[in-house]
Write a protein that binds this ligand. Structure first.
Ligand code: HPA
Ligand code: ZN
Length: 339
């Protein structure tokens, strides 16, 4: 593929209005911000330059990433830190034409550092309202739980979120998948859904297809984060197609965490061609070398993603979002008008 055609595709994708449905806010902490916050808050890190931070971002699996991801989040202490973290990502959304984004927030990560829910939320909410007033940025928040913790600890975190319930559209489940099956969180999901939250969960990233079944049947989630291991189970594939259950797939994340050995081996376009409602997302863009547009570029480069496929993927994101039907229709019409 010529450089010129890559550039043409890249400019075209960049110009389209897009949605992102799978983004951990801590995964958007850029190296320069990590270092400046560590300095400001007197937190010792094993890095002293942006180059050293980026050199450390070589992962063998999910856990080796999570170790650095939680270390990174330990520099976030006051309200301003959370404002900058959120604003840095929302500015990227503006730059990349991500008109709607659904962001995972993980309060259990900050609690051990003495950060209150109020500190975190006031920083985040100030950035969201600046971006919304500034350029019409649309944002929904997902209250995401850490599955390496006990269900009781997660239920406590759900209770701590009660004063901010109106700020979250859904709950999610992240962190180490293997050994922490969906069934462990059945009560948590039941309680949250009864309280009016919608639901998603990471499943089938490193974990087996059964974790996707259990997320759907036991946790009653509406969509699946990652889900790429669904290909190992024919009956599951058929179910995902029939029910049009969306998968929030993250190609650069999957190659960085060795879920696939290379982008050429990624199955996202096979899933798309089989009729699964796949969407493209960045997961933890500061750690995985690319935001949303770079994920589309990588698929074009390595798997010859076509414009028609890219458009379907973008439409799928709006359709699978937690927006109201009328907001979805507005965004889909704007996308169609753009094309
Ligand atoms: N999987 C599970 N937990 C996570 C991830 C992921 O890809 N990114 C951030 N937390
Ligand atoms: Zn994720």
């Amino acid at each position: 593929m010529s450089l010129e055609s890559q550039q043409h595709f890249s400019n075209w994708v960049a110009s389209l209005p897009k949605a992102e449905l799978h983004l951990h806010i801590d995964g958007s902490l850029q190296a320069h911000r990590l270092l400046s916050l560590a300095r400001k808050n007197s937190i010792e890190l094993p890095y002293s330059s942006v180059e050293e931070v980026e050199a450390a971002y070589q992962f063998e699996n999910l856990q080796s990433f999570l170790d650095l991801y939680y270390l990174g989040a330990s520099v976030l202490i006051d309200e301003d830190d959370f404002y900058h973290l959120m604003m840095d990502y929302l500015l990227k959304c503006k730059e990349q034409n991500i008109v709607h984004t659904e962001i995972m927030v993980e309060p259990q990560t900050y609690a051990p550092n003495g950060v209150s829910f109020a500190t975190m939320m006031s920083g985040f909410q100030r950035a969201i309202s600046d971006a919304s007033e500034g350029w019409g940025q649309s944002v929904l928040l997902i209250l995401s739980f850490l599955r390496h913790m006990s269900e009781d600890e997660c239920i406590q975190a759900l209770a701590d979120a009660q004063p901010y319930k109106g700020s979250f559209v859904a709950i999610g489940l992240a962190s180490a998948e293997n050994g922490n099956p969906p069934k462990k969180f059945k009560r948590l999901y039941q309680m949250a859904i009864e309280q009016g939250y919608r639901a998603t969960a990471h499943a089938g990233e490193e974990g087996p297809p059964q974790y996707i079944w259990d997320s759907l049947n036991e946790l009653k989630v509406e969509r699946i984060d990652h889900g790429v291991r669904c290909v190992e189970d024919e009956a599951l594939l058929a179910h995902l197609i029939e029910q049009q259950i969306a998968l929030t797939v993250c190609p650069l994340s999957n190659t960085k965490l060795c879920v696939f050995d290379s982008m050429q081996q990624h199955n996202v376009l096979e899933l798309l061609e089989q009729g699964i409602a796949v969407t493209i997302n960045s997961d933890d863009p500061a750690y995985f070398d690319g935001y949303l547009n770079e994920n589309f570029d990588a698929l074009h480069q390595s798997l010859a993603l076509t414009k028609a496929q890219a458009l379907t993927l973008i439409e799928n994101s709006f359709k699978a979002s937690f927006l109201t039907q009328s907001d979805k229709d507005t965004y889909l019409a704007a996308l169609a008008a753009h094309c």
